[in-house]
Design a protein around this ligand. Structure first.
Ligand code: FMN
Ligand code: SF4
Length: 418
C-alpha cells in the first residue's frame, strides 16, 4: 500500500521561490542551515521513498533517470546496502556540484541520510575530489553533525570518467576507479558486491528538500513531466568567454532567458558529451529534456556554453576531442584506438589540413566505437563530434578549402588542468 508522507514545514516556504538548493548568501554552518530548513522529519524509510517517487525527481548527474525508481530497485536488493553521493564532477565545463557542496554542504549531507534511510543502507560514502576547499568544508560540516549513519569521505580521481557510476563503485571498493562492464548494474552489485545507490549530489540536495516540504511543493516548479529546479553552469557573459556562473533555474525556462544570445553563433548544451545547437534553434528551446530532445540537444548536467560568432566551432571541438581521447580509461580497444584517431583528424580539419576523404573516415570510425565500450564515453564523444559536423557544416567546407572564418582565437571551451 502506498503511503503519503505527513509534512510539518517549519517555515512557509513558497513552492516557486528560487534558489531552493543553492544557499541564498555565502556559506553557512549547521545553525544557519537549520534556521532556514529545520531538521529532517522523523519519517520512515518507506515514507521517504514514496515522497521521492511522487515528487518526480530525476537524476541531475547527466542521465536524468527517475530517482524514486532507482531507490526502489536498491531497496529491493539484499542487505547490507550502500549509498554513495557522487561529487566527482569530472566534466571540466561544469562547476555546479563544487559550488553546491562548498556553499551548502549540509543539504547534500541531509540528502545522503534521507537516501540511506529510504533504501536501508548501512554504509554511506561521499565521493569528491580532494581539493583543499572541498575537504575543509566537508570536514567542518561533518564535525558539526550527529547523524544516524557515519559518512565516509572518499577521494575521487581527477579524470573525466571518474564519476561514471561503475568507476565510482570500483574506487570505493579499493580498485583503480575504472568503469566496469555491465551487467551487473551497480544497484545489483556495487561497492564490495553490495546493492549500491550512486546519486549525484545535486539530486541528493533536492531529495533533502522533498523529505521536508513534500512532493507537491517540489512540483510547484518545472513541468509536469520534469518537475523542480536544476543547477546550470553558464559560460561567458560580460564579454569574457572564460567567465562562468552557477545558477539555479526552473526546469522549462527558455534558454534565451538564461543567456544573452546576442553575437552568438551556437550553444553547447550538456557539456563535452553534449551537443551543439545553432543559435536560431537555441533561441527557441527551453531547459528541459523534452524541449532539447525535440531540437536534437541534450540537457546533461546543465552546462551551457555560448560560442561567440567570432570563434571557430571546429577549433573548439577539436581541442575538446583531443582532451576526451586522452581521458579514455584504455580498457576497451575501440575506445583506446578509435578516439585518438578521431581526435587527430578533427585537429587536422580545425587546422585546414584535412581532405574530403577524412570526413568519411571520421563518420566511419564514429560508427565503429559507439556502444563498444564498458562505459558511455565513446558514445558521448561521438555525439559531440557529430553535432559539431552538422552545426558547423559550412565551416567544415571552408576548412576543407584551407580557410577559417574566425576572427578571435581565444579559447572558449576549457579542458581544465591535466
Ligand atoms: C563518462 C561518464 C562520466 C560521468 N561523470 C559523472 C560525474 O562526474 N558526476 C555524476 O554525478 N555523474 C556522472 N556520470 C553519471 C553517473 O554514471 C551516474 O549516472 C550518476 O552519478 C547517477 O546519479 P543521478 O541519478 O543523481 O544523476 C557520468 C557518466 C559517464 C558515462
Ligand atoms: S569505453 Fe573507454 S573510457 Fe569507458 S571503460 Fe572502456 S576504455 Fe574506458
Amino acid at each position: 500500500m502506498t503511503q503519503t508522507v505527513q509534512h510539518h514545514p517549519r517555515t512557509t516556504r513558497s513552492a516557486t521561490a528560487l534558489p531552493r538548493i543553492l544557499a541564498p548568501s555565502g556559506r553557512g554552518g549547521l545553525r544557519d542551515h537549520l534556521a532556514r530548513h529545520g531538521s529532517l522529519p522523523h519519517a520512515s524509510g518507506a515514507e521517504l521513498l514514496d515522497a521521492v517517487e511522487q515528487s518526480g525527481l530525476t537524476g541531475r548527474g547527466g542521465a536524468g533517470f527517475p530517482t524514486g525508481r532507482k531507490w526502489r530497485a536498491v531497496a529491493g536488493g539484499p542487505g547490507p546496502r550502500v549509498v554513495v553521493g557522487n561529487a566527482s564532477e569530472g566534466e571540466p565545463a561544469s562547476s555546479k556540484d563544487h559550488v553546491l557542496l562548498t556553499t551548502n554542504p549540509h543539504l547534500v549531507l541531509d540528502g545522503l541520510q534521507v537516501a540511506a534511510r529510504a533504501v536501508g543502507a548501512s554504509r554511506v560514502a561521499l565521493y569528491a575530489e580532494p581539493d583543499v576547499d572541498t575537504w575543509d568544508v566537508l570536514g567542518s560540516a561533518l564535525a558539526e553533525r550527529d547523524d544516524d549513519r557515519v559518512v565516509e569521505l572518499v577521494a575521487a580521481r581527477h579524470a573525466f570518467i571518474a564519476g561514471e557510476e561503475s568507476a565510482v563503485v570500483d574506487a570505493i571498493s579499493g580498485g583503480a576507479g575504472l568503469p566496469r562492464a555491465k551487467p551487473p548494474r551497480v544497484f545489483e552489485r556495487g561497492v564490495d558486491g553490495r546493492p549500491t545507490l550512486v546519486q549525484n549530489v545535486e539530486t541528493l540536495a533536492h531529495a533533502a528538500l522533498v523529505a521536508r516540504y513534500g512532493p507537491a511543493w517540489f512540483r510547484g516548479l518545472g513541468t509536469p513531466d520534469e518537475p523542480g529546479s536544476m543547477l546550470t553552469t553558464v559560460h561567458g557573459g560580460a564579454g569574457d568567454p572564460g567567465a562562468r556562473t552557477v545558477a539555479e533555474v526552473e526546469i522549462g525556462t527558455p534558454l534565451g532567458a538564461l543567456v544573452d544570445l546576442t553575437g552568438i553563433q551556437a550553444v553547447l548544451l550538456g557539456g563535452y558529451h553534449g551537443t551543439w545547437l545553432p543559435v536560431e534553434v537555441a533561441r527557441t528551446v527551453r531547459l528541459s529534456r523534452a524541449s532539447l530532445g525535440e531540437a536534437g540537444g541534450a540537457l546533461g548536467a546543465g552546462v551551457v556554453v555560448p560560442l561567440p560568432a567570432a570563434a571557430c566551432g571546429l577549433v573548439e571541438t577539436a581541442r575538446v576531442l583531443v582532451y576526451l581521447a586522452a581521458q579514455s580509461a584504455g580498457q576497451c580497444g575501440p575506445c583506446l584506438n578509435g578516439l585518438p584517431r578521431i581526435a587527430l583528424v578533427a585537429e587536422a580539419l580545425a587546422e585546414g589540413r584535412a581532405v574530403p576523404r577524412d570526413m568519411a573516415d571520421l563518420r566511419r570510425w564514429g560508427d565503429l566505437v559507439v556502444r563498444r565500450g564498458a562505459c558511455a564515453h565513446p558514445d558521448g564523444t561521438v555525439r559531440f563530434l557529430a553535432s559539431a559536423l552538422a552545426v558547423f557544416e559550412r565551416e567544415v567546407q571552408r576548412h576543407l578549402a584551407g580557410r577559417c572564418s574566425a576572427t578571435d582565437g581565444r579559447p572558449v571551451l576549457d579542458v581544465g588542468r591535466p
